[in-house]
Ligand binder design. Sequence first.
Ligand SMILES: Cc1ncc(C[n+]2csc(CCOP(=O)(O)OP(=O)(O)O)c2C)c(N)n1
Ligand SMILES: [Mg+2]
Length: 895
Amino acid sequence: MTDNSGVARVMGIDPQEIQEWIESFDAVLKEEGQEAATVLLDRLRSRAQKLGAGPAFTANTPYVNTIPVEKQGVFPGDQEIERRIKSLIRWNALAMVVRANRVDHSIGGHISTYASAATLFEIGFNHFFRGRTDEFEGDTVYLQGHASPGVYSRAFLEGRLSAKQLENFRRELRPDGGLTSYPHPWLMPDFWEYPTVSMGLSPLMAIYQARFNRYLEDRAIKPKTNAKVWAFLGDGETDEPETLGAITLASRENLDNLIFVINCNLQRLDGPVRGNGKIVQELEAAFRGAGWNVIKVLWGSDWDPLFERDVDGLLVKGLGEMVDGEAQKLVVESGAYVRQHVFGTDPRLLKMVENVPDEALRTLRVGGHDPRKVYAAYKSAVEHTGSPTVVLARTIKGYGLGESGEGRNITHQQKKLNEEELREFRSRFGIPINDEQLADTPFYRPSEDSREIQYLRARRQELGGYVPSRKVRSKPLVADHDALFREFLTGSDGREVSTTMAFVGMLRQMLRDPEIGKLVVPIVPDEARTFGMESLFRQVGIYSSRGQLYEPVDQHTLLYYKEAKDGQILEEGITEAGSMASFIAAGSAYATHGINTIPFFIYYSMFGLQRISDFIWAAADMRCRGFLLGGTAGRTTLAGEGLQHQDGNSHILALPIPTLWAYDPAFAYEIAVIIQEGIRRMYKDGESIFYYITVMNEAYAMPSMPPGPEIREGILKGMYKYRASENKKSKLRAQIFGSGAILREALKAQELLEEKYGVAADVWSVTSYKALYNDGINTERWNLLHPAEKPRVPYVSQCLRDAPGVLVAATDYLKALPNLVSKWVPRRLAALGTDGFGRSDGREALRNFFEVDSRFITLATLHELLQDGKIEATVVEKAIQDLGIDTEKANPLLT
Ligand SMILES: Cc1ncc(C[n+]2csc(CCOP(=O)(O)OP(=O)(O)O)c2C)c(N)n1
Ligand SMILES: [Mg+2]
């Protein structure tokens, strides 16, 4: 190590001169204040740049606490009692995991993450996180998912969870209930608010949540408050691209309502996060570069006197040069090792600690375990204005587990402790459990009137109640909105429109509605023009927290790009993940804010369920409501775009998400019925479901809705007969199922079959194979469990009970989609679909290539009739010729 004066000599500058510069700067700082000192530095930097001597860019500050001791302020809590509370929480969290693992070795949980995060969480719970009350909306807190044992353990002390529940951690299927492994609002709807365990989702969600809060304020939908969004992340988690992917949005939008706390224990699951580097410095550079306020909490109070003595900056320099792998090793090593490796590099450093015993060196605390340092950081974070804040807190993974896990690479998965290890942990944290009881590892809660419980309760009361705690506070909508959708039920009078245009028309209507107009949140990832939504730019404006600071190039046009502070559209730019995070914030506002916002997120359908499915899964877990619109959908309906864009997958990918209703409508009236029903179910009846609707860009005349109550019901349940054959006499009969744009191919096939082959075919619009499938499996299940009762009949079977003839389905998605229901139809089902990679070409060529056009539907129908012995093979052969089908054509699945 070389000190500053050494460097200076090498560079040929007199150390004396450097000292004088430093003293002058100190004087300015002292006499004129911090702002003046910053101005001075800026001026010097500009001057140097101008003269060609600009300093090298550095995004880092030295490896010390950002908040100096002098600025730390006083800790307002009772440190001793908070330490005792925290120790009890540590114990119960550990006991939960150890006990769960004893009952069943395959079950367990994580001990070491919470062990590292305990102080970070507890300072939040005791001093910062505000609950949701009638007067104040409360803070939004995303807690590191696999630290959940600590959160449960706190709730146990708070009296919110019973010992029985703790006992059943990770055994949710116990008759008396259990606790979920991670935060899942779906499974614990009164407790958890935000699912966080799929790493990288919560940081992105938190950023968009903070922005959505501002959106609601700027649009005067909720009052302006100083509520904060806190997100607690792991340092390993920052490797997920989503974690850092939107941090510039947060600073661009000046989201000073957002605080990230990154638990920098330097470890992830397998080993060090950056063994050969420094994760804190790397993150500091990234966040500072992105314009965040960065607060490093690296060293505990024990270090203060050492830094005080470090007048030459040798210690700071040495710590700054030490890679994280080595820093982790210090945790597991002796005090003598610390002396040698931290202080042994220079006699002056060794002298600094000559009177400090080895044991004191071994236990020097890092910043994230020092309540005073953490408190000071959070206080500074909540008081900071103008930009978001990230607290980078250095902690130790497995803190307190000693030999059995502290700082070890195996610690992430440590679930078992032997009696000796438990005894050590118990003694270290002063848990009043005697040696005989240790084998049982009992939970411990002091009596109701103990100081600990009183204190903890009082703190939460002061802060507005318990966190986390989920409560739905929105009031149901009242209107039925018939008038809004009426015009779409009567067709387009021969005008050719796409289902996308029809949807946009409905959106425009909804935006005008007195009840729901304000609540609608249109979300687009830079695709509004693709979907013909530009008219909405002018109608409701694009949300911009700064309004519009420039005159748009197209101002003179009717549909100019209008940005406004109270704009309603969330134009997110090219980020489906970010847009989905906005959808999640808007789709859960009924719980978070008690406001029924209705998100309509419209995107290129291939870049939705395929690209950001994990966010959609999290939205479902979070009980989100709203509408996802897969635009430009269909493998053969989106012409020209080719392999990457043409979506024949999303309806299959929508299957696994239990609360997602997926529809592939063909006509405007079908969409109108689905959306109106969706609004009713979600916002009047309060069902925690959401919708996926594919809309296409193929224009055709929209028919009016056929009469009869069964049509509406059929649209919603998944199928209805759209056009029956008028030929009642033919012996050759068929039922053809079409969906979306392919329904029109089915209708053409119906004509071909009738005219050329004498086949009378009925055509059905199958709006949702998923709905039919779910109904089928639910019915089957009921029958399985009720053998003596009259069997129930799946809806699809009911529809086809008296439907004569062969069955043929054609879809713009995989053949697997119609095949989902094949077991509940009365006879064999021939399925046509678009398995394989897309191609760029026109619709006609594509539908020929994928074998889903009217010719192939006709062929499939004739083939089925041949199978049934109703016609001769020669008829089919002739048809192949007449229809111009190339039997040697490429197989779309294999080419
Ligand atoms: C998307 C995703 N990938 C993998 C995992 C599995 N996993 C759970 S915790 C963990 C390591 C976490 O390390 P870090 O973020 O540093 O948190 P720490 O436990 O160290 O606080 C991993 C890989 C996950 N939960 N989510
Ligand atoms: Mg970590």
